[in-house]
Ligand binder design. Structure first.
Ligand code: NAD
Ligand code: GLY
Length: 359
């Protein structure tokens, strides 16, 4: 087993990474009192819920199984969690456990932030995306019909327990979507990791345990460093959004139903890299290399057919990084060196959208 710390002073917490961790007593070590509510969904429950409950034997454990899907990441589902907590007379010393992907983690984290003004929660992420990104850093939220993740809070977990074995049951598309976020860390701040991913992408797609563990460890180390530097995204944490401004436009334009988040981020990172090359920052070889890496991870490298430049322009205008009406993007000065900037030639963006929407 490997472990890392997210260094946030009194709110610091460990990330444990290893095989078979669901069965040990690590989770139990981070439960403060005797009450626990384990929240999962109907897909993950038959696979892993019993093992989590067994590892918490002796405590007063209740479970809640939610429907599966991003469409349930709502205030209405949050009510179900509060109902379960109140019906079970959970006190302020209770612990919530989020067992599942990013949807479960974000919702349970937000429920923990709100219940009695804040209780403990533990992340047990079961998708690659949740293991390398959403379970670390304390961003919690639900969606509103008018926008994704629009209602939420920063609330850090007490620990993150990553059992790499659970990735063996993950559908392949979900594995690829998680790899988009893994590739992101190399691009924004870790050139050596980017080179490592170039050497090992086929092994990662084949789910070789040692490679998956290494990719998760390095990704979590990068995420933990960024979060420790800028917990509430006043500055450098925005770099984690490489490809996301283009990606969110793709997700919104396709109704959040055709492309997975990681797939949209894959195409979005390619678009950000192309724009960076158009601005003279990235060499052509870096673009070819990135396109190949994304394709080896079975990720898209261009927007969906039918999406028009105007669709991007209008949707990107609502991005959270827009400041005083000025669009800011995460762009690449080099592989391993991202910047957030509004200071780029807008004509270059227009030309990029025209080129990529018709390729
Ligand atoms: P998800 O939670 O919907 O999980 C994807 C699918 O995989 C689901 O059907 C789930 O039931 C299933 N699944 C989960 N684990 C499995 C396993 N081990 N075996 C088989 N099936 C399994 O999606 P996700 O990609 O994990 O998370 C996406 C969510 O994360 C989005 O809501 C996004 O907004 C959020 N997110 C949050 C942050 C953050 O910092 N908080 C960062 C990135 C994404
Ligand atoms: N996934 C982006 C962040 O945690 O800031």
């Amino acid at each position: 087993m490997q472990s890392l710390e997210v260094a946030l002073g009194a709110r610091s917490y460990p990330i444990y990474i290893g095989q078979g961790l669901l069965d040990g007593d690590l989770l139990r070590q981070h439960v403060r009192a005797s009450q626990v509510l384990v929240v999962t969904n109907e897909t993950v429950a038959p696979l892993y819920l019993q093992r989590i409950c067994d590892s918490l034997q002796g405590l007063n454990v209740e479970t809640l199984i939610l429907p599966d899907g991003e469409q349930y990441k709502t205030l209405a589902t949050l009510e179900t969690i509060f109902d379960a907590l109140l019906a079970g007379h959970h006190s302020r010393s209770t612990t919530l456990v989020a067992l599942g992907g990013g949807v479960i983690g974000d919702m349970v984290g937000f429920a923990a932030a709100c219940y009695q003004r804040g209780v403990d929660f533990l992340q047990v992420p079961t998708t690659l995306l949740a293991q390398v990104d959403s379970s670390v850093g304390g961003k919690t939220a639900v969606n509103h019909p008018r926008g994704k993740n629009m209602i939420g809070a920063f609330h850090q977990p007490r620990a993150v327990l990553i059992d790499t074995e659970v990735l063996q049951t993950l559908p392949e598309r979900q594995l690829s979507a998680g790899l988009a976020e893994v590739i992101k860390y190399g691009l924004i701040r870790d050139k050596a990791f980017h080179a490592w991913l170039n050497r090992h992408m086929e092994g990662l797609m084949a789910r070789e345990p040692a490679l998956l563990a290494e990719a998760i460890l390095v990704s979590c180390r990068n995420k933990a460093d960024v979060v420790a530097e800028d917990e509430t995204e006043q500055g450098s944490r925005a770099l984690l959004n490489l490809g996301h401004t283009f990606g969110h436009a793709i997700e919104t334009a396709t109704g959040y139903s055709e492309w997975l988040h990681g797939e949209a981020v894959g195409a979005g990172m390619m678009m950000a890299a192309e724009l960076s090359a158009d601005l003279g920052w990235l060499p052509q070889e870096a673009l070819v290399d990135l396109a190949q890496l994304l394709q080896r991870a079975r990720l898209p490298v261009a927007p969906p057919a039918g999406m028009k430049p105007a669709d991007f322009s209008s949707l990107m205008a609502h991005d959270k990084k827009v400041e005083d009406g000025r669009l800011r993007l995460v762009l690449l000065r080099a592989i391993g060196q991202a910047v957030v900037t509004g200071d780029f030639d807008k004509l270059a963006l227009t030309r990029l959208l025209e080129r990529m929407c018709h390729s």
